[in-house]
Design a protein around this ligand. Sequence first.
Ligand code: ATP
Ligand code: MG
Length: 295
Amino acid sequence: MSSIERAARVVKTLKDEEWKTLAALERVSMGQGAADAGRLARASRQPVDRVEFALERLELGGLVKRSGANFGPTVMAVEALGIREYVKHELVSALGAIIAKGKESDVYEAFDDYGATYALKFFKLGRTSFTRVRKKRFIDRSGVKSWMALNYEAARREYSTLRRLEGLSPSFPKALSSNRSTVLLEELSGVKLSNRPALETPMEVLGTILEAARVAYLSAGVVNGDLSEYNILTDGVKAWLIDWPQAVTTRHPNADDLLRHDVGSVVRFFARAYRTAVSGGKAVAFVTGGSESFA
Ligand SMILES: Nc1ncnc2c1ncn2[C@@H]1O[C@H](COP(=O)(O)OP(=O)(O)OP(=O)(O)O)[C@@H](O)[C@H]1O
Ligand SMILES: [Mg+2]
């Protein structure tokens, strides 16, 4: 069972004082403070004996790691805090199967009580080095901080970009919510374009993708920065541009280079996989508003 699946189970079993202790541990660790029981008692406004008891149970459950008198949250703790927030707000009531396991994130199906299905993305940047640190049974507080901060920031950035893009094109996934290292997304039914699925009209799908990149650029002032056949899903007719944590605004000094790279990747992939003949230069001019068509 993955740590995310274990986190989803644990969410149903933790007691109020354990949540309070965990939330305090998260705050203190984020601020790079040393998190001993006394500090956590003050931060969570609980008696120290309660906190000590909670920490013991959390440690047994794999949610905290001890290093001398200090404690640090595990990856699973961060995932549990994230899931709990959705459960509390009735956005999610159960976690389903894993949809995709990537280098930078794991994406799971998630359900609410009303029959809707979502894609719940958990960022896991730097997790391997974090695990290495953990294995030594030594918790480097700055290491924990950087792992947490990195993933919280990635989730925040992806969510804010998707909110900025919302409603501008049907080719952007809707983001419903975000917290900690997670983003709750509309579930898309497509497959990755890199699998080279049969497309009804390749040229039209390419047009849909360039249109979406154009509206992101012209109306939202956003460049994806990592667009390629690996970050596009399609059902053969429609296409969706996913994976936005690294997006930059058009004012970013590298925005134009990134845009040329994004558009070039897509155009070259379509040429290789679907034999379309579109010039990269014309496609870039179309996306940046210099021309009204790319054909
Ligand atoms: N909204 C969604 N609906 C359905 N599946 C999704 C959704 N978002 C992402 N996925 C699936 O999860 C995979 C990874 O998503 P994404 O590209 O956003 O993350 P990543 O961190 O770049 O992962 P990777 O390291 O695999 O590139 C996608 O290729 C896709 O299969
Ligand atoms: Mg990706």
